[in-house]
Design a protein around this ligand. Structure first.
Ligand SMILES: C[S@@+](CC[C@H](N)C(=O)[O-])C[C@H]1O[C@@H](n2cnc3c(N)ncnc32)[C@H](O)[C@@H]1O
Length: 300
């Protein structure tokens, strides 16, 4: 399709453009205005943004999630320039127990490794191999001031050290045992421990249900969202006589009460003395589904 000064536009663009023409024509009648190249540019920018579901900038890499694949390369080039990054990456989905992203480079350098700085901590990662959610930033910051030098902390789903690095660096517990089953995450976890000059973290590449020790932690972080309650027996096994569990889970809106009842039911198998001492929505995860965290004090 050809319009005006030899500018090519798609069928979808044409539809919205016709509406724009109508609006502009109305304005033209009253204010003597005409369609300019600037109008067209603005209109195209709007079209691109309408397809964008999510944008996350991690260091020199911009990750984009789109509603559909239409114009993805054009959008990539546009974002590369707009956000002045080295690479724009399309995240299509996240799969499996290891939460591996499926990605495609849309524009810029063919590189998927980046370093992201947050709250004085450095996170090195390959965004094509591991997940990092900017939406959890507040929770990471909360972890940074929650512990103290008398504690041993267990991070059961450590990833690349999202919580481990901040808690170890800022709250300075005696030890953080950081466990992840994914070898790629483990590799970056170890790099991040070195990058942040930490000497109070022990990283383990193992299934968190198979730790050979018990009763060692006074704080357990369960940064996992899917059927987290199934891991409660293990968290309880690793807890000393009493402590705090940071329990993360997804809850559909209006199901909060049922979920809390289920949590109480599971916990009541292991203790008569427990209480949710803090709770909050960490982020919206999907339409009408939220990521929650519950801090549970428990005596075992
Ligand atoms: C998406 S990351 C979350 C990292 C961090 N906890 C956060 O919330 O930002 C979840 C991690 O849990 C790990 N994981 C899943 N099941 C596990 C298990 N049974 N034992 C150890 N790690 C596990 C995955 O490999 C993944 O790296």
């Amino acid at each position: 399709m050809c319009y005006g000064e030899g500018t090519f536009i798609s069928k979808e663009e044409l539809k919205t453009y016709l509406i724009l023409i109508l609006q502009v024509q109305l304005k033209h009648i009253y204010k003597q205005k005409v369609i300019t190249q600037k109008n067209l540019k603005l209109f195209r920018a709007r079209m691109k943004f309408e397809n964008i579901k999510k944008l996350e900038k991690l260091g020199r890499i911009l990750i984009v999630e789109l509603r559909n694949d239409e114009n993805k390369h054009e959008i990539g080039k546009y974002l590369l320039k707009k956000y002045k990054v080295d690479t724009v990456i399309l995240r299509k989905k996240i799969v499996g127990t290891t939460r591996r992203p499926v990605v495609e480079i849309l524009a810029g350098k063919k590189n998927t490794e980046t370093i992201y700085k947050e709250n004085g901590c450095l996170y090195k990662m390959d965004v094509s191999k591991v997940m990092f959610s900017l939406g959890n930033a507040f929770e990471r910051k909360r972890m940074a001031s929650i512990s103290n030098p008398s504690e041993v902390v267990l991070d059961m789903f450590a990833g690349i050290g999202q919580f481990t690095i901040q808690i170890a660096k800022h709250s300075k517990p005696r030890k953080v045992i950081a466990v992840d089953i994914n070898l790629d995450a483990f590799k970056y976890l170890k790099e991040n421990i070195i990058l942040n000059k930490l000497n109070n973290v022990l990283a383990l590449n193992i299934d968190n249900r198979e730790l050979p020790v018990k009763k060692f932690a006074s704080r357990v972080i369960m940064g996992w969202l899917f059927n987290t309650y199934e891991f409660i027996p293990h968290a309880i096994r690793y807890l000393k006589n009493e402590g705090i569990i940071h329990y993360h889970t997804l809850i559909r809106e209006k199901n909060e009460r049922e979920e809390i009842e289920r949590l109480y039911y599971v916990l009541s198998h292991y203790s008569k003395d427990f209480e949710i001492v803090y709770k909050r929505i960490v982020k919206s995860y999907a339409p009408r589904v939220n990521h929650w965290v519950f801090d549970i004090y428990i005596k075992v």
